[in-house]
Write a protein that binds this ligand. Structure first.
Ligand code: IMP
Length: 198
């Protein structure tokens, strides 16, 4: 069975990646190594940060495929914010709920006429033996609503309605989100790449 190490301790990301990849893959993550320091996400782009995380984990792990995802929400009326700052949009000690509250407040300040279009963007870096072997991206377009709906998912899911749907990612079944998400679109490319390297 092919193996992948996810360079994350975010349980939501791990659950989604496992669900998207299915039982054919042996997926582990970094929760078994609490002593490894968190990587500072100092990059200016999702690709930079994904590479930083993949390389740091791969340098410790060695000869195994390591996958790091960096992802976030880009809101057009906010010139692409929160973008690479999505996880810490509401400042030090940010929580998902705090980040959603700040997003609602920032859009409210712009008024009802401002466009609500946005997208989730994911870049996955794949590393082995401390070398980047590939970068893969995925995007899902949609819009931001003014109050939270739904308890599923994580992050900004309760505020994001994917194009062509009425419900938010927080309301849609996980399988529906996982069938179209930025992460699943990037992962599909990763799988195709890994099949050529098997
Ligand atoms: P990262 O761990 O640095 O990649 O930060 C990702 C952040 O972007 C998360 O903390 C969420 O705020 C947001 N994000 C990324 N993917 C999703 C998603 O699928 N749903 C909702 N929010 C997401």
């Amino acid at each position: 069975m092919p193996s992948l190490v996810l360079a994350t301790r975010n349980p939501h990301k791990v659950t989604e990646v496992r669900a998207i990849l299915g039982a054919e893959w042996n997926v582990t993550d970094l929760t078994a190594h609490p002593e490894w320091p968190d990587v500072e996400e100092t990059g200016a782009t999702f690709a930079d940060n994904a590479a930083l995380k993949a390389l740091a984990a791969s340098a410790r792990i060695g000869d195994a495929w390591v996958l790091a995802d960096d992802s976030g929400l880009e809101v057009d009326a906010l010139q692409g914010a929160p973008g690479v700052h999505s996880a810490r949009y509401s400042g030090t000690g940010a929580t998902d709920a705090g980040n959603r509250a700040r997003l609602i407040a920032d859009l409210a300040k712009l008024g009802a006429a401002a466009p609500r279009t946005a997208r989730f963007h994911c870049v996955i870096a794949l590393a082995r033996n401390a070398c980047i072997e590939g970068r893969f991206d995925g995007v899902v377009e949609g819009s931001i609503i003014d109050r939270e709906r739904g308890l599923g998912g994580f992050g900004y899911d309760a505020l994001f309605v994917p194009q062509g749907y009425q419900d938010t990612f927080g309301e849609l079944p996980a399988a529906v989100k996982n069938g179209m998400s930025h992460r699943s679109r990037a992962l599909t490319k990763v799988i195709a790449f890994l099949r050529t390297r098997a």
